[in-house]
Design a protein around this ligand. Sequence first.
Ligand code: SAH
Ligand code: SF4
Length: 365
Amino acid sequence: MTSLYGFTQEGLEAWLGERGHRKFHAMQAWESLYRKRVRDFAGMEAAGVKPEVARLLEESYAIGTLEEHTRQESVDGTVKFLFRLQDGNLIETVLMKHKFGLSVCVTTQVGCNIGCSFCASGLLAKSRDLTAGEIAEQIMRVQLFLDDAGQGQRVSHIVVMGIGEPFDNYAHLMDFLAIVQHPKGLAIGPRHITVSTSGLTAKIRDFADSGVPANLAVSLHAPNDELRTRIMKINKAYPIAKLLDSIDYYLERTRRRITLEYILLADVNDRREEAQQLAELVRSRPQLLKLANVNLIPYNPVDEHSQYRRSAQDAIDGFYDVLKKNGVSVSVRLEHGADIDAACGQLRSKQLRGGEGKEPAAAGV
Ligand code: SAH
Ligand code: SF4
């Protein structure tokens, strides 16, 4: 069955319109899903949706298609959900608590084809893209979990940093963004949403042109091509100069701030020399210097990538200082859920042969 959560509001209106139902009834169905958060079609009718409309939807759609497989809660309030997709694949979604609100990290693909050398998600080649409904339902399931806790808490922020490369699933990503932002639905403002990409330059330009004012984060991770290619093979196709050109285009079009993510790998890219080069790279492009924040990400060790170690605290501090002294805006990413492997790069999509079938786990936060 296809998930109802995959419809944008306009899509639902069009589908019902073709079957003779008025816009008003489509909006009632939409609001019942995202505002009243009904869990089944009986609930939809009870919420005041025209019975004929509810029954019509029930014939062709399921309200959701994810099945909760496991859920782990961290001492710091982070909750990691493992969901089973209809085809048996497992994906992960993470809820994080911050001072500013509650954020959810979503997965966009089963596996990832970019294959960065430090990332657990890339260990398994992508087997498929998630649908917009499967991405949106991750947010809904976390929201329903919060509803059940009865404290009136709302998902306020989204980071698209789970398993997968969101710009390699662009159309579904854009529908997902439209669904969660809709003011009569979850109404999560685009300024509270961050999409992270490994740097697919054509899609960075498309995203700039789309006019969707969500935040963009780009995984840079190295200040020169030789090093970046070594740790991210995608750099061969999209080297740094090309990437920075697309970022310049994005900044020109949107005038929005941008995040440059930089994972710190001990003795690989975390020395003062690289910090200095990174500062120079940022300073070489005036818009970047004005609008970019470098987010330093302490590496979370991944068993299979034993060639990397986490940077020592003084290396992290030293790297930070060099950027700061050069006038580059910089921050260090706080970790969440380290005790339940819910941090960046520890989410993974792993298939076990035999046994339960497909066993996974998943992405980056
Ligand atoms: N594919 C996208 C989004 C998912 S990864 C991208 O690469 O940007 C989200 C973030 O987690 C990226 O910045 C990624 O580099 C980071 N990450 C991956 N593995 C990590 C690890 N082991 N430790 C820390 N961060 C990691
Ligand atoms: Fe894919 Fe991002 Fe992991 Fe690279 S860091 S393998 S792009 S999920």
